[in-house]
Design a protein around this ligand. Sequence first.
Ligand code: HEM
Ligand code: HEM
Length: 456
Amino acid sequence: MSSPEPEMPKTYKTAKAFCLTSAGWFTMATSAGMIGAGYLIAPDFMANIEWIHFGRIRPIHVNINLFGFVTPGLLAAAFYFLPRLLRTELYSEKLGIVSCVLWNIYVFAGVVGIGLGYTQGREYAELAWPVDILVGISFGLVVFNLLMTVRQRKEPILYVSIWYACAAVLLTATTYCIGNVIWRPDTGALLGIPDAIILWFYGHNVFGLLLTPLGLAVAYYVLPLVSRSPLYSHTLSLIGFWSLLVVYTHIGTHHLLQVPVPTWLKVIAIVDSVAMVIPVMIFLINIWYTVKGKLGVIYADIAGKFIFTGTIMYFFVNIQGSIMSLPQVQRVTHFNNWVVAHAHLGVLGFAGMTALGGLYYILPKITGKPLYSRFLADLQYWFVLIGVVGFTIGLTIAGLIQGNAWINGEALYRVLPEIHIYYVARASTGLLVAIAAYLGLYNVIRTLFFNPGVSR
Ligand code: HEM
Ligand code: HEM
């Protein structure tokens, strides 16, 4: 019989580093979003500042959100819960810190690169080749660290959060390299239609195989603990996991319904986009039954509140997604603000809120002290909620105006005055989200480094 291992002091350095990364980049992402929103209200606003004009600030905003704010926030929680669920230590905290430093370098390099005009010009795959390599290495190190932690586990049963978290990083490390065509450093692209197909295979999988499984992993971990209820069904959770992998992986072509891609590919994309209702509802039924009757407890907990709201947004964004994959619907909704509304509902409303909930769940655990300010966290919750709901309503209306006007043959520029007011509304509610990000960073820094030990 082997001797009992000495209890190692848990430092949670990697989880802390990813918390800080997420909170820090959230402020940058929203600041960039405000500049972008400003340009859409007044296109001459800061017209001569090349490195932040709309064509550059938009991908800067999107990349920081995806890779600076949301993913690191969800990873912070994963670095905390994986070892706990597996009853072991993280394989290597040192490796974790190295991966987090590299992660920040690639986000920074990507942002500066796009600002200077170094972009591969493909949506969600803008980053230049050397940065792509850094992304690959960073993801690779995270994958290695998490899988080695699984390997040294003392707990034989793998809870569903572990499946989701490991699948998310492993699959994204792969789809990132494929979608960014990293074997072609000069262009990072194929030619013509095959390039569009491969790009959107990867593009939608940023949401389907990265943000969604990581978000579900966090929700599956935190909500049962906060509500002090056992998971409603483990079997259902695993059926949901495998059906998500089967259905989500190849629906990217629903971004290309207006493009001459092969019809069979469109049919697969549409059918499976509708079939997404299966994994989505399996997750929601499972998690909502788990917390049934405990909404008071959930609401009283800041992490529970963020993540439960995230599940509601998850419901709406996915139902909306399935509907807008239908060609008849997309004739109205494609290429206008409807899609931007959907994007914010999914990336901020579902994944972003879940990431924030994850941060607030782990911060007291990894510091051993209460959150610096529960009041600020609550304020952040309301600001983000009002922001997402405001974005969704305003941009959806703007999208419907645009879509219908174009179907009626109106010239693009003639519609702009009609939607101006919705751009102003987006910037106004956006300001709340930006303030929320700065409040969050302050709260995270105070909790991590200057923690008085009593919550304010
Ligand atoms: C059932 C699941 C979903 C389906 C079927 C779906 C469907 C779609 C479709 C059809 C589009 C393209 C619209 C167009 O260009 O006309 C789209 C765009 C988008 N979706 Fe979803 N969606 C789903 C879930 C999600 C989730 C969970 C997220 C975020 C976590 C998300 C984020 C986005 C984003 C950011 C875009 C904008 C892409 C762009 O820049 O064009 N979606 N979605
Ligand atoms: C201060 C708050 C924010 C403002 C003012 C803002 C503004 C904008 C603007 C102006 C665009 C470009 C839309 C266009 O091309 O017409 C955009 C795109 C986008 N934003 Fe934000 N945003 C904010 C926060 C966020 C956050 C926190 C997230 C995610 C966590 C996010 C995710 C996205 C995504 C995924 C897109 C791409 C949409 C698409 O391709 O359809 N935004 N945002």
